[in-house]
Design a protein around this ligand. Sequence first.
Ligand code: TRP
Length: 468
Amino acid sequence: MAMDRGQWGSRLGFILAAAGSAIGLGNLWRFPYITGENGGGLFVIVYLLCVALVGLPIMMAEIFIGRTAQNSPVGAIRSMSRPRSPWMGLGWLSVVAAFVILSFYSVVAGWSMHYVWLSATNSFKGLSPEQIGDVFDSLYQNGGLNLFWHVVFMVLTIGIVIAGIKRGIEFWSRILLPALFVLLLVLLVYAMTTGGFATGFKFVFGFHAEKFHPARSTLAALGQAFFSLSLGMGALITYGSYLRRDEDVVSTSIIVCGLDTAVALLAAMILFPILFAAGLDPDQSVGLAFVSLPIAFSQMPAGALLGPAFFLLLTFAALTSAISLLEVATAYFIDEKGWTRIKATLVTGGGTLLLGIPSALAGGPGFFGGRLKEATKPVWEGGKNWFDLLEYFSNNWMLPLGGLGIATFVAWRVGDAAREEGFRTGTKLGMLYWGWVQLLRYLVPLGVLLILLNAVGFFALFWGNGEG
Ligand code: TRP
């Protein structure tokens, strides 16, 4: 249907765009605090297993579907299955998930933009570490301010997606990603000199069994792997659809997974040492990145420069991820409804903007914040506000279920010959084919189902262990 869908300029362009989608707030903001909440070492090991055994095969499956069909998720799945197949539900799930995830993602990205402003105007100068922590709390509670930055961030995202694949998404990924790597290395060197590095390292990689809850933490590791790798909702199907048919799916996926994981581990090894060196409590939850780094910058000679630079890059990392989320919904309207890119982007972006309003208000006392927290308390231990609920359900449930669907679809629904040829095309790693299929057929579905059922408390029926 679509005449000129657009295409990546080169393989490197695709790798950078896919890595740009994967590397984002999930790595720099979410991974460190989730790791802290789940007790470090053991969680990190479970996370790495989830990436290697579940995430990587699904990433290959998604890019494979997109590259084969040259179409966005709904159309791609339609073209690879029978008419009116229930598999189409997977395509729809992607469009819904794209709206939901981007709606709260944009709010966090907004925090990051606010911190560009704060650090550029030297607002942390002379503050104690505790006071820097308070700065985050007051931002979190300020609905109006959150709303303002949410709108600014969505406007930027819409602007890039409107510009299209090569001139928008690829162009920006090429510049921003390398810059992010350089800054991370600078910060790592700094973290190593703080004196908190050994403690921080032990915190991240040591075992704190009391914080690791088998059912809940394993689910969190799985959800984090899906979120961080941009899996389970067709973002990489969409990106794969702008790839030439002879590109290498296998090594590309390995590179993207590797980069993403490296950045997540780096982020944890940067943030915790800084926090420990400042004598602060590591239980900072969603504020971790926004407390730890300003402390570091306020104490570094070059901090006045590095601070704004870092938060700018964090914003850009969020932006290259957000565009992949918006692109899923946008591509749907372009490919399926024949809308122009401009119209599709404005409608999907506008919709996300509205859906994000309750998330922006979630730190405050109103209905979406404090009152919802009170109301949900009995069910969700400390209570969850609107933002927490969306984040929890989309990451821990929607994405794993979507990934389960994609794995099952490719392993059992796509014909053997087409799947094998697709995998082998363009790659020197054809020998991995057998293993990939086995993982998709058995380990991925079983593993994901077990983790989900376990978290639901299914096993409690048999073993009377209702923790979850
Ligand atoms: N992976 C991104 C991050 O780590 C977020 C993201 C972008 C995403 N696209 C996605 C998550 C698609 C799930 C699905 O910040």
